[in-house]
Design a protein around this ligand. Sequence first.
Ligand code: MN
Length: 231
Amino acid sequence: MTQFVVPSVEVSSVAIFGSNLRFPVRRIFCVGRNYAEHAREMGNDPDREPPFFFTKPADAIVDDAAILPFPSQTENLHHEAELVVAIDTGGTDITPNDALAHVWGYGVGNDLTRRDMQAAAKAARRPWDMAKGFDNSAVCGPLHPVAESGHIESGAITAHVNGNCRQTGDVADMIWSISDIVATLSGLVTLAPGDLIYTGTPAGVGPIKPGDSCTIAINGLGSVTTTFAAN
Ligand code: MN
């Protein structure tokens, strides 16, 4: 067994609906601007620029019902309601026709974003890592295996803050379908078991304040709630 000079990290993981087993998280990929209305609300033209990828660290994953400290260094923390795809068999250059066979299951995610820091990064043409990949930034509810939920091709997706509806959309309105996402991403990096893909958010992103509670829901996949300390 390899001997390390500092404590080695534990494998990050996320819950599985109706099971005590956990899904091990290898990498977290995210799609940007995958809903036309959200691309427009952020000042972009979805007809001119296709979606794209960014990443979060695996240990940014957060389970349902977490109570989190409010993130540092932001005055404008945003919720982003997203369908999360969990990969079970990996590969490179997966074709769109084969893509769904690589999906283990689906979950409800919240791609937490320091919007003010992201805007500053965009203006300075700097990377988004600290705006997107901070501690506890990847909220994910219990995963539903395809064997039970089937593939999620449509369904209402919502975000509520303190019970007030902020985002409503439909998973069917994604610019890149799940097959497109898996195929395109596998042409950029080798996918492997344990990869999670956040598939983008519909319009209506907005702020979360200290003391708020945020719930993301997708029809057929339940919901995930995160509460932030009042500070
Ligand atoms: Mn997002």
